[in-house]
Ligand binder design. Structure first.
Ligand code: S3P
Length: 499
């Protein structure tokens, strides 16, 4: 879909009025039409890249509409986790910023990541799929001539916002209804401190940033433990004059720091003596191309592991799972609950620890999951609360305020779905409590996923081991992070199907 009326970017005279006009124009678009516009951004690129960047085709055809999962026999066999979503986004963004060609092996070809690929092409990078690998040729960034559409992807839009600010280019950003409801002010605030001019819709999408002639380095302490926020600041700092220093009082995933190092950027990382870190980065550093091997996503593997842990008689090997200590909180928690979970073949790949996970079903007990662990398992609370429904006793999950602003309000989505399935669940502003009875919960409910992939997968997993099948209203969003979820689950013996 073409943006009508006038060319929106770059602005010749960026006045407040023009920016507001722009936002009004943008707000007229409906989400369905914007899905097409995401594809049409790719249409201008070469023939060989077009097929690989067709996000809505993936989201629409493989998984769509209501699905059900039915209780059946044990899950058995081996499966490889899909590529890590966080690392996949970063490999494309850093490759697009770098001089030279980066080859990415094992990229997650989910809708969210393909949106980032489309955005990188719009900034000038040449990205093509070459068999199982992706080749990313960086180029000096230029302002895209259309607004960038990020679908459901908070990571994509937030990281790219920081990178575009650092690259000194104007860009406009939008997403689907879920992404439009999520906070962007937390990203704009530090970027504005650096000197960026931006027009936003009350801290939300759609928004537009101007090309910054110069940005200044800042010293900031992260008020929210968010790797997306930290990463956006570090990427913007690449284009700022001077040394930016980010204080991260609570550690969150460190893929940006690790990967910037691999792309030749020098960072100073120091412990703050209280469990956090200071990250220093000098502006003006160039990235050099680097090949990336993407390990399996622990947040996606969690669904396979959880399904085996709660389905009696199961014995499953999930291969090639990233075991970065800033991401492994779910697995620590499962073991505390008594799960029969072992790490095999531990190794290091592309600077990240990786292992194969062996899980057999076992009786589980409720635990208290401390707030301090939340950043290392922030995406795993939906599936953990399903596991907790099968455990004996109470599981209390604390420090969950960020779950309120994920793809859906995940505390509310989980509490409602669990209650519908006959599980005793309660919540507060930043906590969720699930009381299991050590036996399969009733199930037999239809759950609203609120356009949230992890809510959808969590309740399908529940249906495999509950007393009666579970239904979800829409499976389409699963393709944002785990397009082959249904296929992999079926290969292990799971009974899941569209309704
Ligand atoms: C991500 C960071 C996390 C996580 C998201 C991926 C990243 O978000 O929930 O799925 O790749 O940096 P927050 O930074 O908002 O916690």
């Amino acid at each position: 879909m073409e943006i009508r009326k006038r060319r929106l970017l770059p602005w010749s005279e960026p006045t407040v009025k023009r920016e507001c006009d722009f936002l009004l124009d943008f707000a007229e678009f409906d989400a369905a039409a914007m899905t097409l516009s995401g594809d049409s951004q790719n249409a201008g690129s070469s023939e060989r890249t077009r097929g690989a960047g067709a996000p809505s085709a993936v989201a629409g055809s493989v998984l769509a509409g209501p699905w059900t999962a039915r209780p059946g026999g044990p899950l058995t066999g081996a499966a490889s986790a899909p590529g890590d979503k966080s690392i996949s986004h970063r490999a494309l963004i850093f490759g697009a910023l770098a001089r030279g060609v980066s080859v990415v092996d094992g990229l997650l070809e989910g809708d969210d990541v393909l949106r980032t690929a489309a955005a990188m092409r719009a900034f000038g990078a040449d990205i093509e799929r070459d068999g199982a690998r992706w080749r990313v040729a960086g180029a000096p960034w230029r302002s895209p001539d259309k607004a960038l559409y990020f679908g459901n992807s908070g990571t994509g839009v937030r990281l790219v916002m920081g990178a575009a600010a650092g690259a000194g280019v104007a860009a406009a950003f939008d997403g689907d209804a879920s992404l439009r409801a999520r906070p962007m002010g937390r990203i704009l605030e530090p970027l504005r401190m650096m000197g960026l001019e931006a027009a936003d819709t009350d801290g939300r999408l759609p928004l537009a940033i101007e090309a910054a002639d110069s940005l200044s380095a800042i010293r900031v302490k992260l008020a929210t433990p968010s790797a997306q926020l930290k990463s956006a600041i570090l990427l913007a700092a690449l284009g700022a004059a001077g040394r930016t220093r980010v204080h991260e009082p609570v550690l969150c995933r460190d893929h940006t720091e690790r990967m910037l190092g691999a792309f030749g950027v020098a960072l100073d990382i120091e412990d703050d003596g209280a469990g956090g870190r200071y990250i220093g980065i000098e502006g003006g550093q160039a990235l050099s191309a680097c090949d990336v091997r993407v390990p399996g996503d622990p947040s996606s593997a969690a669904f396979l592991v959880a399904a085996a842990a709660i389905t009696p008689g199961s014995d499953v090997l999930v291969k090639n799972v990233l075991m970065n200590p800033t991401r492994d909180g779910f697995y620590t928690t499962l073991r505390e609950m008594g799960a029969d979970l072992g790490y095999e073949n531990r190794r290091e790949e592309s600077g990240e620890p990786v292992a194969d996970l062996r899980v057999r079903s076992a009786p589980l007990a409720g635990v208290v999951v401390p707030a301090a662990r939340a950043p290392s398992m922030i995406d795993e609370y939906p599936i953990l609360s399903v596991v907790a429904a099968f455990a004996h006793g109470e599981t209390v999950m604390e420090g969950l305020e960020e779950l309120r602003v994920k793809e859906s309000d995940r505390i509310a989505s989980m509490e409602a779905g669990l209650a519908a399935a006959g599980v005793d669940a309660a919540s507060g502003p930043d906590w969720l409590r699930v009381r299991g009875r050590g036996v399969a919960p009733a199930g037999g409910a239809r759950v609203r996923t609120n356009h949230d992939h992890r809510i959808a997968m969590s309740f399908l997993v529940m249906g495999l081991a509950a007393k009666a099948p579970m239904e979800i209203d829409d499976a389409a969003m699963i393709a944002t992070s785990f397009p082959d979820f249904a296929g992999l689950m079926a290969s292990l013996g799971a009974d899941m199907a569209p309704l």
